[in-house]
Design a protein around this ligand. Sequence first.
Ligand code: AMP
Length: 370
Amino acid sequence: MKAIPALKDLEARLGSLDGKRILVRTDFNVPMEEGRITDDFRIRAALPTLQWLQERGATVVAASHLGRPKGTSDPKYSMDAVRQRLGELAPGVELLENLRYHAGEEGNDPTFVASLVDGIDGYVNDAFGASHRAHASIVGPPQHVPSAMGRLLQREVEVLLKLRNSPQRPFVAVLGGAKVSDKLGVIDALLTTVDALAIGGAMCFTFFAAQGRSIGDSLFEPDQVDTCKRLLDTATKPIHLPSDITGLDAAGNYATFGTRLPERAKGLDIGPGSAAEFGDVVMDARTVFWNGPMGMFEDDRFAAGTKTVAQAVADTKAFTVVGGGDSAAALAEFGLDDDVDHVSTGGGASLELLEHGDLPGLAALRENAA
Ligand code: AMP
């Protein structure tokens, strides 16, 4: 298999970058509130690549999507605020308007690809968080101009493929969040590489249902019960499920339950016993991957499980990787984001790379390598 070209390979292929116009696909899909950026992490994460190109004399044109304008020029999703912040952090970098103003972006339309590479000498993909999508700006340009992965994309790929292919053991994955259906593929794939899996969040109730336990009115996915049952029956690695749950009782009062919930009760977080057990599993590991909150952490009453797991991920000596929006937001909220080895800029992309070992954006770079 061909290697994915890195920035140095692009420089070698173009002879020199001086005076060249380089299109950089970035992931500037930043959280916004009332037109203001609430966290510029994704812009800062792209700076090493942008600066590396500028230092070599390239004219850098960045392009990103923001939100879901669905192919129309909705001013709500304009890049103006991003352009202003980018101007402060990386003066001289041009920024195109929201890629998703054009239906051709998500439709991977060749005409839109042609307009993107018009006047462009080279292309760099540094948008890890969008590389699991076969969109025009991700898979199109490498077919037309010399292309490479940026530094951020390179780091993401190195870290996640190391987890997948050669982790230090024991390797433990902690998964949470709302939906099992989003994560079944990765659970299957992880079960072949991890030494243990711990499952919290609303996801655990579909597993409880598969074990025949009562779950009250907790969130679960009835159509995934059989799959969860199959996973529990066939897994050759331990799957840790919560041994206690906190939530609301039938009268709507805060309550702690065991693993069988009374009628009309709602489980909203893993309980203190489970949080301590999951924390121990993390402390004893040498590699940890964490994706998804352990409970409805946006409500302080149900943040404790997520906080205990986050603290263990921060404290453990293991190599720690946190994937995705909600877990990264939780870490930042608890002030622990500097205490993990790698916070992935892509939730869906990190799960898909762990599952498949490749992404459409990576394949496009590899297949069109010199
Ligand atoms: P996901 O996007 O699948 O990672 O899910 C993240 C969301 O799951 C967060 O907004 C949490 O509030 C929510 N969540 C986690 N645990 C629970 C639970 N037990 N009940 C309801 N929502 C939950």
